[in-house]
Design a protein around this ligand. Structure first.
Ligand SMILES: CCCCCCCC/C=C\CCCCCCCC(=O)NCCS(=O)(=O)O
Length: 598
């Protein structure tokens, strides 16, 4: 019995042990196969989502190609019955001259439209600057002849892709925004159509718009008309390239950190960022709607300043205020724009701890001399609290540490122009703060960039940020008043960079974004080209730290590229800013003529 009992116990123990082992193996196996299934599901999901991404991108690219093909056919048909003898003449006209000829019926809307269409198709082939020919414009053209009205009667116009257009996508280079056609035109486009303009082409931008290069995974990289190895700039780079190469006489960009001004500087055209609120932003798509700390605004881009002013006159009308009553009842002050009394102008040619190229500095110095010769008073001006402002603009635009930006990119391949930014926004906030703390003694500017990209953390942080910005606005205005200034002359980022450097040089953005932060108006005028001496002077950048060395790499090989300056005025003094830009433009033109005559 004892033996039997022992045998039974041993057998039972063995049974339980085997059972446990079996169960252990089984649960392990179950767990493993569960994990494998989960992994496989994830993989399949990923493959499917990549396939879906590719499919949507291909569809968008095909839509673009189709619009070009239809436009080419229409152009061919038109040319067969209407030999376009006036093309060179039409393309040489400024916007004011063109509108005059159209109003007087010296030119017909059809010949102007097809001339610009032909040029645009040709320019796009070389620069990849357009995202679509707006086929509805052919219908608009058919009806426009009978009704001659509006300041811009018969003028073909280009639009950055993020301006909403009824029945068209505004993708901003983000796959999840594809196949979501807008219900209505944005207010600016509605007003322009009422003023007789014909929006005929949409233009390219960098993915998600928060960069000053010009490439995205749907439409690719836009090239600079002055050097195909350089970027057109951004984010309104398609506009700048198209206008700079003569494919459009007037276009609209948007600007939260320099997007209308930087590409204008890169492509030798004029770009204007009005005071935010002066023009309606209703229907201008932004990647982080609701961000109200640093204000975005649409702005005109053109070959000359008069065109920018004419555009402002056309937009600022009762209809704009009716469609968007958040805009002020403040008619365009033609008298102020035309005034030619002498100005008191503050100037600076660099910003502390912010990379600045030799041609940026030279541009300001040369224009300063011309303005002085013309009888204006130039006063040295050091921007107040510029380093604080650099941090505030970064904290404002990235109050969430870049989380929304990354969210918007989910489901999209990330364009190489964004790699540097995305890498930074992917770092956990606390790691950015720790790294910033460690880097501060060795690399203060890098540390500042990292720390300010960590956002504000809380609602109290937002209020503190807004209070600090208010202080900066008040201090800047107080300084203008102390010096009794009308306007300020300063550098704008340039010359055009090699591809994919803009994201690595966000530290240069204070040159333009300061005026978005302060909500002053600012515009850019081309004044010169990069000289051999500017190129030789790049060696000075070797000394100034990492960002300066990156800048040197970004702009090496730039001889002959456009150089521009920036003109700034106080909030709501848009006409004064444009008048100052006009003055600069005229003086530079005169100096060039005098130089040629020598
Ligand atoms: C301590 C140094 C800080 C430097 C400031 C860096 C700020 C970086 C923050 C955000 C990135 C902004 C990039 C701005 C580039 C210009 C892009 C632009 O204006 N896009 C237009 C967007 S809109 O919504 O269509 O107006």
């Amino acid at each position: 019995m004892g033996q039997f009992q022992a045998l039974k116990m041993g057998f039972l123990e063995q049974f339980v042990h085997n059972g446990r082992a079996l169960l252990g193996h089984r649960s392990k196996a179950i767990l493993l196969s569960g994990a494998a299934c989960f992994g496989a599901v994830l993989l399949v999901q990923r493959v499917n989502s990549r396939r879906e991404q590719k499919k949507r991108i291909l569809e968008a690219q095909r839509r673009r190609e189709k619009s070009f093909q239809v436009a080419e056919r229409a152009l061919l048909e038109y040319k067969q019955s209407h030999p376009m003898t006036n093309a060179l003449y039409i393309l040489s006209l400024s916007l004011s001259e063109l509108t005059k000829q159209l109003q007087e019926s010296a030119l017909s809307p059809e010949e102007v439209f097809y001339t610009y269409l032909e040029k645009t198709l040709d320019v796009h082939q070389k620069l990849n600057c357009c995202t679509e020919i707006i086929l509805d414009s052919f219908e608009q053209l058919k009806t426009i002849g009978s009704c001659k009205r509006g300041i811009l009667y018969g003028v073909p116009l280009s639009l950055k892709e993020n301006l909403l257009l009824k029945n068209h996508d505004s993708s901003c280079g983000v796959v999840k925004y594809l196949n979501q056609p807008a219900d209505d035109d944005c207010v600016l486009v509605k007003v322009l159509k009422e003023q007789g303009a014909i929006p005929f082409v949409r233009t390219n931008f960098p993915q998600a718009l928060l960069n000053y290069d010009c490439s995205n995974p749907i439409y690719g990289q836009t090239l600079n008309p002055h050097n195909l190895q350089k970027t057109a700039g951004g984010s309104s780079g398609g506009e700048a390239a198209l206008i700079g190469a003569g494919g459009s006489v007037i276009g609209i960009g948007t600007d939260i950190g320099g997007s209308a001004r930087i590409p204008a500087s890169f492509c030798a055209i004029c770009g204007f960022k009005p005071t935010a609120g002066r023009l309606s932003s209703k229907g201008c798509k932004s990647i982080f709607r609701g961000q109200k700390t640093v204000l975005s605004t649409p702005g005109p881009m053109a070959r000359d300043v008069d065109s920018l002013a004419l555009f402002m006159k056309a937009e600022i009308c009762e209809q704009m205020v009716f469609l968007d009553p958040t805009t002020p009842l403040l008619p365009f002050d033609e008298g102020l724009y035309q005034s030619r009394n002498s100005l008191r102008i503050g100037y600076f040619d660099c910003i502390e701890q912010t990379p600045t190229s030799p041609s940026m500095t030279r541009g300001v110095q040369e224009v300063k001399a011309l303005l002085e010769q013309a009888g204006h008073t130039l006063v040295p001006f050091t921007p107040v609290r510029i380093l604080d402002m650099a941090e505030l603009m970064s904290k404002g635009a990235l109050a969430d540490g870049g989380a929304t930006f990354l969210q918007q990119l989910e489901g999209s391949p990330v364009d190489p122009v964004l790699h540097a930014q995305v890498a930074m926004y992917r770092l956990p906030i606390c790691l950015r703060k720790v790294l910033a703390f460690i880097l501060k003694p060795f690399w203060p500017s890098g540390a500042r960039l990292l720390r300010s990209s960590a956002g504000v953390g809380s609602a109290a942080g937002v209020w503190k940020l807004h209070a600090s910005i208010e202080d900066c606005v008040n201090d800047t205005i107080a300084q203008w008043r102390r010096l009794n200034l009308d306007v300020v002359l300063c550098p704008i980022i340039g010359p055009a960079f090699n591809f994919c450097y803009c994201g690595k040089l966000m530290s240069m953005v204070p040159h333009s974004m300061t005026y978005n932060l302060l909500n002053f108006c600012a515009g850019v005028v081309p004044v010169s080209t990069v000289t051999e001496e500017d190129e030789r002077n790049l060696c000075h950048l070797d000394k100034g730290g990492w960002f300066n060395r990156v800048l040197k790499k970004a702009i090496t090989g730039g001889v002959g590229l456009p150089v521009a300056v920036q003109c700034v005025a106080l909030p709501w003094h848009d006409e004064l800013c444009l008048r100052f830009m006009k003055e600069v433009e005229e003086l530079v033109k005169k100096a060039r003529k005098d130089e040629e005559l020598k």
